[in-house]
Design a protein around this ligand. Structure first.
Ligand code: SF4
Ligand code: SF4
Length: 163
């Protein structure tokens, strides 16, 4: 059989990276921050990604521009985030090729507790610190998150989907 020339990896994909957005949040430092994350994770489908020191909330949602054939319906005018995303290390490989994830994905408040406990065990005693009880303003935090949702998707999205 002749090799397929100029095939994009996206041609073999169902548009995995077009089925969610992510919103970057500050690394949690206070009890309130941790409690807010617990709140996010109480919602079905919401997950927390921790990747290279970045903390992101992942919200599953299908892009309105994704066409029925799983190609981008607005390729020429797709958002910058989509342009910047590369197939080099994209969702395709973890979903279809079984590659190990280079990030942690947490699905439930219980798993978040376990993650924190494991992280605490790994840390030397001197650097383990309790989250401080501060007057973190959750309203401010939430409004920041909403603004971020409106403004951008912070996880890189794909670039190679062709018309
Ligand atoms: S960039 Fe990767 S995950 Fe996104 S559509 Fe292309 S192959 Fe699929
Ligand atoms: S490339 Fe971007 S704009 Fe196009 S379908 Fe995917 S997420 Fe939507």
């Amino acid at each position: 059989m002749l090799p397929i020339v100029n095939e994009s990896l996206c041609d073999r994909c169902t548009g995995l990276c077009c089925h969610y957005i992510t919103v970057e949040i500050d690394k949690p430092r206070t009890r309130r921050n941790h409690d807010d994350i617990r709140w996010y994770l109480l919602h079905e489908g919401i997950t927390l990604l921790i990747a290279q020191g970045r903390w992101l909330v992942k919200l599953p949602t299908r892009c309105r521009a994704l066409a029925a054939d799983c190609r981008c319906g607005i390729y020429e005018s797709r958002p910058e985030t989509c342009r910047e995303y590369s197939t080099d290390n994209c969702d395709y490989f973890t979903a279809y090729e079984g590659w190990d994830m280079d990030y942690v994905e947490i699905e439930t408040p219980e798993d978040y507790e376990k993650y924190l406990a494991a992280r605490k065990r790994k840390r030397p005693a001197s650097s383990a610190s309790k989250p401080a009880k501060t007057k973190t303003d959750s309203k401010a935090k939430n409004s920041k998150a909403k603004t971020a949702i409106q403004k951008k998707k912070t996880t890189p999205k794909k670039q190679t989907k062709e018309k």
